[in-house]
Design a binder for this molecule. Structure first.
Ligand SMILES: Nc1nc2c(c(=O)[nH]1)N[C@H]1C(S)=C(S)[C@@H](COP(=O)(O)OP(=O)(O)OC[C@H]3O[C@@H](n4cnc5c(=O)[nH]c(N)nc54)[C@H](O)[C@@H]3O)O[C@H]1N2
Ligand SMILES: Nc1nc2c(c(=O)[nH]1)N[C@H]1C(S)=C(S)[C@@H](COP(=O)(O)OP(=O)(O)OC[C@H]3O[C@@H](n4cnc5c(=O)[nH]c(N)nc54)[C@H](O)[C@@H]3O)O[C@H]1N2
Ligand code: SF4
Ligand SMILES: [Mo]
Length: 697
């Protein structure tokens, strides 16, 4: 028997786990009580690490599509064939593209090699899950603080009032906020006399333990945030304190905001003006408080505006860079000092002219870049740890586009809704055969910490880690395209260099000496030194955002659209599209349901549990109704990551209850124009019972 200390890499919480093994068998996975950050906490998904490792549906060797069949092929042969086809496509004027999925952000070694493949593919059409997720945070940070990676982290352990807008950490375990054991931290906040307020169109698991919850009309968050700012102003509670000396454009921001009216904003977001004034009074009472917004406000048409307004609220109340407020970390690998500050608009997408952001084009543009003929048409796509057919809006359009692409290569261990279209699937080794460092997660954690996990098992013979696949493929493509061969640096060396080059100057060996993780202390105020703006000031009024208030004003003046709108949700036992094949996690009541408020169900003659047809401008799905007063009237909620019944998908457990994909309903045209992020929330839909729909047909 052997005991291994490790970090669970499945979600952003990055909990410490203790894994007991015998030979290549996992005997148990438990929380590591000595991990300074997670303190023994784990969630049910941790056990899925073993299920993933041992899943009989997992591919172990590269496969190639021959007709309708998958045929195993050697690694070198696969690389050579792919490289030759890429070279051919490029010679014929086709563009080659990449889509990088979410697990890549949980895999430092993958992230370290991606630039090699990007270079070899010479592609401008780089897409990732970031543009169905967090790019609005990064754009605001780039403009306001001078670096896209300057994520302000809610200091939950020391705050007196936390306001969560559009996040459900009790299901998600926190996001853009590495906060393992979040429920206990919320209970501790309340036990010390503090409060949690939740703003969400659904009374979520987090709202259930909150002191106060307000329903909000989906997509209307800027109205709440503007009204909050105006209420602070009205009550004379704008008090940035020591931040005052660091603020540029403060008066410009206020001048732009003061044209709006609290009552009109309150009506638009369906929260009582008195409640908004009360929330402002609480936030402005001088005690440490923090406003945090996540997926519900990021994946919205005003995603970037929302995050700017959240910064302004935290600044106006003196809670930015304050103990108990929104704080900046001092991580062991400091991405702020090791990477560029960020770019936007250096080039534009071919079909719709979307500006590049952080080197990438929005995922909403993928299907049209593949399907629209002309020079620069994407004819080859490499996906790395992604399942965009189920994850990006109007997945049906991408599904169709991938039928016609010349070459699809998927680096994934499963035949998924996306990789079913592949010409080659290149599967990485199991999750416990890789090492781990929380490269992107430690910098957003509630304490400064570092933690290196060695692999639990020796890699299986002739298997490859993602980084090896990416590097070897990059080398083969560079060779076939007549480029200089890339120099492949093992990721551990890159990590060691990044640690040494960061202000803390640690080495990998020093981090490795702490198998439970190295605690580097509580967060401390870091401004103004940390700012990366040219003038070392907080840029409170980026012109693009001030201008975006005009778009908000137009929206405010327009009458709200009648009818139902669709939002998403997460469940503690799922992770995006890819844990549905663990029997342990999949058991229990069916999760892919359409939550609908009692009055909305009654008006449509819908019974609880009955199948309904949901229709949007993009498509139509059938799903079981779940009548519940936990969703706001006028709103329906459905989880994403389902829809495994598509042709060819080889996920035998997930296929037993495949569910439908919410992204067959979301629309490619609904975006936040500043960041290009998909507006996944607030899709207009109609819902009717399946029996009515069939009778009508
Ligand atoms: N409607 C709606 N859509 C959404 C969201 C929403 O809230 N609502 N959320 C969005 C968000 S936040 C995100 S991040 C995206 C996620 O979008 P994606 O990243 O495209 O999708 P995932 O479901 O995370 O798929 C991950 C894929 O990687 C594979 N995989 C897992 N681990 C590894 C690994 O270590 N190596 C390799 N090579 N492959 C691996 C899995 O088998 C799976 O096929 O979905 C987005 N889509
Ligand atoms: N168990 C589990 N954990 C996960 C994931 C998972 O799939 N499962 N995915 C991981 C990933 S990739 C991410 S990005 C994070 C996301 O982490 P979170 O942001 O916490 O994700 P959600 O649980 O989707 O919470 C979003 C909330 O926004 C609400 N909402 C929808 N529309 C609006 C709106 O217009 N305004 C407001 N104010 N709220 C709205 C929804 O009702 C929902 O409760 O979770 C991560 N952790
Ligand atoms: S909360 Fe996230 S990191 Fe922690 S055990 Fe669960 S899946 Fe793993
Ligand atoms: Mo995400």
């Amino acid at each position: 028997m052997a005991t291994h200390y490790r970090t669970c890499h499945i979600c952003e919480a990055n909990c410490g786990v203790v894994i007991e093994t015998q030979g290549r068998r996992v005997l148990s996975i438990k929380g590591d009580a000595e991990n300074p950050l997670s303190r023994g906490h784990i969630c049910p998904k941790a056990t899925a690490l073993a299920d993933l490792q041992d899943d009989p549906d997992r591919l172990h060797k590269p496969v190639k599509r021959v007709g309708d069949a998958w045929v195993e092929i050697g690694w070198s042969e696969a690389y050579a064939e792919i490289a030759e086809r890429v070279a051919g496509i490029r010679q014929a004027g086709g563009e080659t593209a990449m889509y990088i999925g979410n697990p890549s952000a949980h895999n430092y070694s993958t992230a370290a090699q991606i630039p090699l493949l990007r270079k070899a593919l010479e592609s401008k059409a780089n897409f990732s899950a970031s543009s169905v997720d967090q790019v609005p945070h990064q754009l605001v940070q780039m403009w306001v603080y001078g670096h896209n990676a300057m994520f302000p982290v809610p200091d939950i352990d020391r705050t007196a009032h936390m306001v969560i807008i559009g996040g459900n950490p009790l299901a998600s375990n926190g996001s853009v906020w590495t906060v393992p054991d979040v429920k206990k931290r919320i209970l501790a906040l309340q036990a010390r006399g503090g409060r949690l307020t939740v703003i969400d169109p659904r009374r979520t698991e987090t709202a259930d333990i909150a002191d106060l919850h307000h329903f909000i009309r989906p997509g209307s968050d800027p109205a709440l945030l503007v009204a909050l700012l105006l209420s602070l102003d009205e009550a004379g509670l704008v008090a940035p304190g020591r931040l005052g000396a660091m603020l540029a454009g403060w008066d410009t921001a206020w001048a732009a905001l003061r044209r709006f009216d609290i009552e009109a904003c309150a009506a638009a977001c369906s929260i009582d003006a008195g409640d908004i004034r009360a929330l402002a009074a609480a936030l402005g009472d001088g005690t440490p408080a923090v406003v945090y917004g996540r997926i519900g406000v990021s994946t919205a048409s005003f995603g970037t505006l929302n995050h700017w307004l959240i910064q302004l609220v935290n600044i106006a109340t003196g809670n930015l860079d304050r103990v108990g407020g929104a704080m900046f970390t001092a991580p062991a690998v400091d991405l702020v000092s090791q990477t560029g500050s960020g770019t936007r608009g250096r080039f534009f997408s071919r079909v719709s002219g979307h500006p590049e952001l952080l080197g990438e084009l929005p995922a909403v543009a993928m299907a049209e870049e593949i399907a629209t003929p002309g020079e620069g048409q994407v004819r080859a796509l490499v996906t790395i740890a992604g399942n965009p057919v189920l994850s990006v809006p109007d997945g049906g359009a991408l599904d169709t586009a991938l039928e016609t692409i010349d070459l699809l290569v998927c680096i994934d261990m499963y035949v998924t809704a996306t990789s079913t279209h592949a010409d080659y699937i290149l599967p990485p080794c199991g999750p416990l055969e890789k090492d781990h460092y929380p490269l992107f997660l430690a910098p957003i954690a509630i304490r400064n910490f570092a933690n290196y996990s060695p692999p639990v098992f020796e890699p299986a013979p002739d298997s490859r880690s993602d980084w090896e696949i990416i590097a070897e493929l990059a080398r083969a493509i560079a060779g076939a395209c007549g480029q200089p061969l890339p120099n492949i640096v093992p990721p551990r060396e890159t990590l060691d260099r990044m640690l040494r080059n960061s202000p803390r100057g640690l080495t990998l060996a020093e981090v490795e000496a702490h198998p439970h993780g190295l605690d580097l202390g509580a967060l401390e105020p870091r401004l103004p030194d940390r700012l990366r703006t040219h003038d070392k000031m907080i840029n409170c009024a980026p012109p693009e955002l001030v201008d975006d208030l005009d778009r908000f004003g137009d929206w405010l003046a327009a009458a709200p659209e009648p009818g139902l709108v669709l939002i998403g949700r997460r469940h503690i036992r799922n992770n995006n599209s890819w844990l549905g094949n663990s029997r342990r996690l999949a058991k229990g009541p069916a999760r892919c349901t359409l939550m609908i408020a009692p009055a909305d169900a009654e008006a449509r003659g819908i019974r609880d549990g009955a199948m309904v047809v949901v229709t949007s401008a993009s498509g139509r799905v059938e799903v079981a109704a779940e009548i519940t007063d936990t969703v706001m009237p006028g709103v329906v909620s459905m989880p994403h990551g389902f829809g495994h019944g598509r042709k060819g998908v080889k996920l035998s457990v997930a296929r037993e209850r495949p569910g439908a994909s919410i992204n067959d309903l979301t629309e490619r045209s609904r975006i936040d124009p500043l960041s290009g992020n998909a507006a996944l929330v607030g899709t207009p839909v109609s819902v009717e019972s399946l029996t009515h729909a069939v009778a009508a047909e």
